[in-house]
Ligand binder design. Structure first.
Ligand code: PEP
Ligand code: MN
Length: 322
């Protein structure tokens, strides 16, 4: 008599019908940082770690504007083998020193099974890039790495394939997976990729995993980062990962899409208003915390504020100044 194999129970549970967001199980990164909870979490920093000073400057600015995770690639997946490949081990050391200096946890990419143990010593969150979303040995190794994994959607991956990639990590022992929508390849060429906004509510409903959005790689242009970020938070994303550089024009990778410090501050301000409109919070340090005081509103006259305030008209406000 043949026995059929038991059906595999997926580790990523569908959320219960109703308020999908409340069914997300937050992923703890550090004792004070969770992703997928009430706070919208923003990771930001340069595309590539290029040196100590630029990384420290970026970290300080990101932190002062309300970002809580520092991003920066040490190992870079570049389309051309002749392009800057990242500083590698030296980049990891720089990330570690800047974390020591600022206290900011680090998210950085790991590209290869042979790098996992070393990157896991340094990083607080291990990033799997879009190009590696279906590198199954890497995903399995990350299941055993003991650190949260930020899993980016492949440029041509279906949502179901992203979820099965997450399963590889979870089935190998690591439940701390954060999904990242970063744009998919379509027929459109004006933008680098096409941000799949609908993936956000779908992923939130299909799984209990936190979902964040990368508006930098999605649009591929600095001027698109703000509107895509606003849309992502409005659609229910738990956070963002954004590229910020002290001098974007001189960046060694992704120069077109990295934000200046001033643009990043503006982004944080804009998304805090959208977050408040959907009854969530962003902990922005006091100097740039938005306020409902009319005087403060009057001081900030740019399109972002007007667009975000329109969304706020009838919403409860609970933006927190930390
Ligand atoms: C990155 O975050 O630096 C990166 C290479 O992104 P993606 O894998 O989404 O292209
Ligand atoms: Mn990049």
């Amino acid at each position: 008599m043949s026995q059929s194999a038991p059906e595999y129970a997926l580790a990523a549970h569908p959320t219960t019908v109703g308020d999908a967001r409340s069914s997300t199980k937050p992923v703890r990164v550090t004792p004070t940082l969770v992703i997928g909870g009430h706070d919208v979490v923003v990771a930001a920093g340069p595309c590539s770690v290029e040196g100590y000073d630029m990384l420290l400057d970026s970290a300080r600015h990101v932190q002062s504007a309300g970002g809580t995770l520092l991003r920066g690639g040490a190992f870079k997946p570049r389309t051309s083998p002749y392009a800057f490949q990242g500083l590698g081990e030296e980049g990891l050391r720089l990330l570690a020193s800047v974390r020591d200096e600022t206290g900011m946890p680090i998210v950085t990419e790991v590209m290869d099974t042979r790098q996992v143990a070393r990157v896991a010593q340094i990083a607080d969150v291990l990033q799997v890039g879009a190009r590696n979303m279906q590198n199954f040995p890497l995903l399995a190794e990350l299941g055993r790495a003991g650190k949260p994994v930020l899993l980016k959607r492949g440029a041509s991956a279906r949502i179901s394939e992203l979820l099965l990639a997450a399963e590889y990590v979870m089935a190998n022992g690591n439940e701390r997976v954060i999904l990242c929508e970063r744009g998919i390849r379509t027929f459109e060429t004006i933008t680098r990729n096409t941000l799949d906004i609908s993936a956000i509510p779908v992923l939130k409903a299909e799984t209990h995993l936190p979902v964040i959005v990368d508006p930098s790689h999605a649009g591929g242009r600095a001027d698109l980062v703000l509107p895509l970020a606003l849309a992502a938070i409005a659609a229910g994303a738990d956070g963002l990962i954004v590229e910020v550089h002290p001098n974007p024009a001189a960046a060694r990778s992704d120069a077109d899409q990295q934000l200046t410090f001033a643009q990043f501050t503006e982004l944080m301000h804009g998304i805090s208003l959208i977050a408040a409109a959907s009854n969530r919070t962003i902990r922005i340090p006091a100097p740039i915390a938005p306020s409902i005081a009319a005087a403060d509103v009057a001081e900030r006259s740019h399109d972002t504020r007007r667009r975000a305030e329109a969304a706020l008209a009838h919403a409860p406000l609970d933006v927190v100044a930390a």
